[in-house]
Design a protein around this ligand. Structure first.
Ligand code: TRP
Length: 451
């Protein structure tokens, strides 16, 4: 979809088209790589429970708010706020910054995923923790090879965004996403039938509230934002292409539900198997890359390779449909607000992203000694975007919709001028006015250590 200023905007021709594009942005590394490792690191059940609460109370509500702003203005996020209320333009700008910061490390992980397509074909599969950790460690701790894979991944983004052929990718992902779903279910069966897996399932779902500290709450909140692509105007931009006939409420229920199902499935694949193999649950970003190959190793050399190739290929494509949406936020800002042409915007922004990615990648290896508050560069970028910028964005977007936009205008937009029923409208406005901003503010302040 390209934006044609002045002329009629392209629109999603079918309802499913929009749902798949939004779900394509939401479902990505956040679900399969980040959610399981955070659940493993932050004590399992209690983290997962608070994450689900955030999805239900904040996720649905904020997504609906972003959809409403986007469809109403038919503009991408910076311009949308500029048009609605100049004082809120900074919210759009903060979103561009968040997209840029996330793109400073997301392609590094995308690169690992592409690298693992080849590692699994070559049969680098083992149930031995030492072997799998060595395989992962030598990839991410290296200099040239992780940067090479980052380049491969980033170039795929560049080509697609320059040519404006995200449509093709979205069509492909309509086939790939159901496939990913099926593959995850197969892996769930394999994982849960490993001896000792039930202990892991308990770890994932039985809450131990003694583990709920401020930073764990903030991690769960940040993960909800990251996984749903919320808090930075990505969904505003997507909804700007939506026709006035679509039912926003329905879409704001379907997309988070799909996203959460994928995350939970990934958790049920990875955590029980990690426990069954006796691997370290708290190992961090390497978890999926260590545990999934080990699960594959138990399937035999042929099946293991076939499923391995498919899994990492689908993971790479899921990551791609997400990073495209991030890059598009930065690129469309440069085009619409800075007057750059598309090619210059893509090449300029991706070069800057690449430089940050190099630092993020090296911080897993030779630069790992450089830390601030115990975090290396990679972790810092991730923490600043997801645990600071996105929650702040969420506060301002819901406050705007709840207090400044005007309840009647909001109601007209959400109900398509009274054509769609939304019985919970008043509850939702109450959430936007008070509950969502307040929860985010409290969790943010306690997570940062201020209260
Ligand atoms: N949600 C994506 C994932 O889970 C990442 C992503 C895409 C994102 N667009 C975003 C995160 C916008 C925050 C904001 O991998």
């Amino acid at each position: 979809m390209e934006q044609h200023k002045g002329s009629a905007r392209d629109q999603f021709v079918s309802k499913l088209g929009f749902i798949f594009a939004a779900a394509g942005s939401a479902v990505g590394l956040g679900n399969i790589w980040r959610f399981p490792y955070l659940a493993g690191r932050h004590g399992g059940g209690a983290f997962v429970l608070f994450y689900l609460i955030c999805i239900i109370v904040i996720g649905f509500g904020l997504m609906l708010a972003e959809f409403a702003v986007g469809r109403h203005t038919q503009l991408s996020s910076v311009d949308a706020f500029k048009k609605l209320d100049r004082r809120f333009t900074f919210v759009g700008a903060m979103g561009v910054l968040a997209a840029f910061v996330i793109m400073g490390y997301y392609p590094v992980v995308g690169g690992w995923s592409v690298a693992y397509i080849f590692k699994t074909i070559m049969g680098q599969l083992s149930t031995d923790a030492a072997v799998m950790e060595q395989t992962f460690g030598s990839l991410v701790g290296g200099i040239a090879s992780p940067i090479f894979w980052t380049v491969v991944y980033l170039l795929a983004n560049v080509v697609i965004v320059i040519k404006g052929i995200s449509d093709g990718i979205e069509k492909a992902s309509k086939v790939m996403m159901p496939l990913l779903f099926i593959l995850l279910i197969i892996l769930v069966v394999r994982s849960l039938t490993l001896p000792g897996a039930m202990e892991g399932l308990k770890y994932l779902f039985v809450p131990d509230f003694s583990k709920l500290t401020g930073d764990v709450l903030l991690a769960a909140l940040g993960q909800a934002f990251f996984s749903l692509s919320l808090g930075m105007g990505c969904m505003i931009t997507y909804a700007s292409y939506l026709s006035k006939k679509e039912n926003l409420v329905q879409s704001a229920i379907i997309v988070p539900t799909m996203d959460t199902c994928v995350a939970l499935l990934a958790g049920v694949v990875i955590i029980p198997a990690t426990v069954a193999f006796g691997f370290d649950l708290g190992q961090g970003p390497g978890l999926v890359f260590v545990t999934v190959p080990a699960i594959l190793a138990t399937m035999g050399p042929v099946l293991g390779r076939i499923f391995g190739l498919t899994f990492f290929l689908l993971l790479s494509v899921a990551a791609l449909t997400s990073s495209l949406s991030l890059m598009e936020v930065v690129v469309s800002y440069l085009i619409d607000n800075r007057g750059w042409d598309r090619q210059k915007a893509v090449l300029g922004s991706s070069t800057a992203m690449f430089i940050i990615c190099i630092a993020a990648s090296l911080s897993m290896g030779i630069w790992s000694g450089f830390t601030i508050g115990g975090m290396n560069i990679f972790d810092l970028l991730d923490w600043f975007a997801n645990n600071v910028l996105l929650p702040l964005g969420g506060i301002f977007i819901t406050l705007y919709v709840g207090w400044f936009w005007g309840v009647d205008k909001v109601r007209d937009e959400i109900t398509n001028n009274g054509e769609v029923r939304f019985a919970l409208f008043n509850v939702w406005i109450f959430l936007c006015r008070f509950v969502i901003p307040l929860i985010i503010a409290i969790v943010l302040l306690s997570g940062i250590g201020i209260i």
